[in-house]
Ligand binder design. Structure first.
Ligand code: GLU
Ligand code: MG
Length: 437
C-alpha cells in the first residue's frame, strides 16, 4: 500500500483543544515558512466541536505560523504512523500578530514583564488525569501495585516526553481510581505553556497507542476528587538569578514576588473564567477536595488558591532556587497560554501598582468569621462558570490586558458552551466533558 507521512499544524483554541490541519512531510520546509490558512471562527469551535455564535462568522482569514521549537514527534516503532505536529501562532496574512490569538496574548504579557521589570517567569505545570488502561480499584492511591496495573503507559509517556525535550520530573498514581499525575521540570515563559499543550497531546497519543484514553477533564464523577492543573511559578532575572526569595522577609517572599502574587490573588475570582473555564470545573472547585475555593495565600496548604510551596532545608539545598508559588484553581479545560497569560497580566498589575501582599491564611477560610475573611482580603471563588464569566466581563485589569475584541470573543465562546449543555444533568455534563478532554 502506498504510504506518505503527514505533519499536523495546530493551534490550542479557546476551549483548550488542539486542532489543526495536515500536510505531506515533503512540504515541511515550505510550511514552516509560509504556514497554513485558518478561518478566525475556527477558534470559536467549542469543546464539543460545535460553533455557536461567532464575532467573525464565515469571514476573514488568518495564518497559522508554526514555531519550530514546538515540534512533537512520537515514534511508535512502526505499529502506527509516526505522530508529528507543530504549534502555531495565529497571525494576519502578512504575519503580523493577531490580538485574539491566545499564544500572542501570553507573549505580550511575558514581553512586558521583561521590558518593564527585567523579569522572566519560571514555570512548572503539574497535570492530573485519568488513564482508562489502568485497572482502577478503590484504594490505589499512591500504591506501588497501581503502577504495575497501568502496564507500560507511564514508562512510554515519560520516554516520549523526554524525547520531545520536555524534562519529566515525577509520575504517580493519584488519589482517585485510575487517576495519575505527571510533573515536569520548570521551563521559562512561553516554553512552559507550549510544553503543557504538548504534554497533554503526548499523553493522549501514548494512551491511544495502548488502545486507551488519557482524560484530562476537570472531574470524572459528581462528588469525586478532580483533575487539577497546578501551576508552579517563580521569578528570575535575565541571567537566571532567582528573585522570588528573600530570607529576611516574612515567609521568605521577596518584595517583587509579593506584588506579583498579590496582583494575581486580587483578580483571582475573575481569572477562574480563564483558568477553570468549563461548567464542570466548578464541581472540582469545592471545599475539601484539595483544590481551591478562596483567593487565599496558604503556607503549605493544598486547599489554598495559591500555595506557598515548601523548601527543603537539607544540607547543600538552595532555598532561593527552589522557592515557588503554586496556583491551584486551574484545570485542563483551560488553554495553557490563557492560564499563564492570566497569571502574567494580573501579576504585572501587581508589580505596577505595588499592593501589599496579604497574610497567608493559617486555617480554612470557611471556619473564619466574615470580618476575619474581609480583613485578609478573602473572596470566595465563583461557584459556576456563568458567575466566573460575569466577573471576567466586568474585570478592568483583564479588560485592559485582553482588549475588547479578544475578551468579547472568549466570553461569547464560553457562553455558547453553557447554552450547549443547558439541558444536560450534572452526570451527563461530566460524561460529555470526559469524552471531550
Ligand atoms: N486533585 C486535586 C485537585 O483537584 C489536587 C490534589 C493534590 O494536591 O495533588 O486539584
Ligand atoms: Mg496531585
Amino acid at each position: 500500500m502506498e504510504y506518505e507521512e503527514l505533519v499536523m499544524l495546530c493551534i490550542c483554541d479557546y476551549a483548550g483543544q488542539v486542532r489543526g490541519k495536515g500536510f505531506p512531510v515533503s512540504e515541511l520546509d515550505g510550511r514552516l515558512r509560509t504556514g497554513m490558512g485558518l478561518a478566525p471562527t475556527n477558534l470559536m469551535i467549542n469543546a464539543f466541536g460545535e460553533i455557536g455564535d461567532s464575532p467573525w462568522g464565515p469571514r476573514g482569514e488568518l495564518l497559522m505560523l508554526p514555531d519550530p521549537a514546538t515540534e512533537v514527534k512520537i515514534d511508535f516503532d512502526g505499529a502506527r504512523p509516526t505522530e508529528r505536529f507543530f504549534l502555531a501562532d495565529l497571525t494576519a496574512l502578512d504575519g503580523t500578530p493577531w490580538h485574539c490569538c491566545p499564544r500572542h496574548w501570553l507573549a505580550r504579557g511575558l514581553e512586558a514583564l521583561e521590558r518593564e521589570f527585567g523579569l522572566i517567569l519560571k514555570v512548572a505545570f503539574e497535570h492530573e488525569f485519568h488513564y482508562s488502561g489502568a485497572a482502577a480499584r478503590l484504594g490505589d492511591a499512591y500504591l506501588l501495585d497501581a503502577m504495575r496495573l497501568q502496564g507500560n503507559f507511564a514508562q512510554n509517556l515519560v520516554g516520549a516526553l523526554r524525547a520531545n525535550g520536555i524534562m519529566p520530573d515525577t509520575f504517580l498514581p493519584e488519589y482517585g481510581p485510575g487517576q495519575f499525575e505527571v510533573t515536569c521540570k520548570p521551563a521559562l515563559g512561553m516554553a512552559a505553556a507550549d510544553d503543557a499543550v504538548r504534554l497533554r497531546e503526548i499523553a493522549r497519543a501514548v494512551a491511544r497507542f495502548h488502545g486507551h484514553k488519557a482524560t484530562f477533564s476537570p472531574i470524572m464523577a459528581v462528588g469525586a476528587v478532580g483533575n487539577g492543573v497546578h501551576v508552579h511559578f517563580s521569578l528570575q532575572d535575565r541571567d537566571g538569578t532567582p528573585l522570588s526569595y528573600d530570607e529576611t522577609a516574612p515567609h521568605g517572599i521577596g518584595e517583587g514576588a509579593g506584588h506579583f502574587v498579590e496582583g494575581i490573588l486580587a483578580e483571582m475570582p475573575a481569572l477562574t473564567a480563564l483558568t477553570a473555564p468549563s461548567l464542570v470545573s466548578y464541581e472540582r472547585l469545592q471545599p475539601h477536595r484539595w483544590s481551591a475555593t478562596y483567593n487565599n495565600l496558604g503556607d503549605r496548604d493544598r486547599e489554598a488558591g495559591i500555595r506557598l510551596c515548601p523548601i527543603t532545608r537539607l544540607p547543600g539545598s538552595d532555598p532561593a532556587a527552589s522557592f515557588n508559588f503554586e496556583y491551584r484553581a486551574a484545570d485542563a479545560a483551560a488553554n495553557p497560554y490563557m492560564v499563564l497569560g492570566a497569571l502574567v497580566w494580573a501579576g504585572l498589575k501587581g508589580l505596577r501598582d505595588k499592593p501589599r501582599l496579604r497574610e497567608p491564611t493559617l486555617g480554612d477560610p470557611d471556619d473564619m468569621t466574615a470580618a476575619e475573611r474581609e480583613r485578609l482580603g478573602l473572596i470566595h471563588l465563583p461557584q459556576s462558570l456563568s458567575e466566573a464569566l460575569s466577573l471576567l466581563a466586568q474585570n478592568e485589569a483583564m479588560g485592559q490586558a485582553m482588549g475588547a475584541e479578544f475578551r468579547a470573543a472568549y466570553l461569547m465562546h464560553k457562553r455558547s458552551e453553557i447554552d450547549f449543555l443547558e439541558d444536560y444533568s450534572p452526570e451527563a455534563r461530566i460524561a460529555r466533558y470526559a469524552d471531550a478532554y
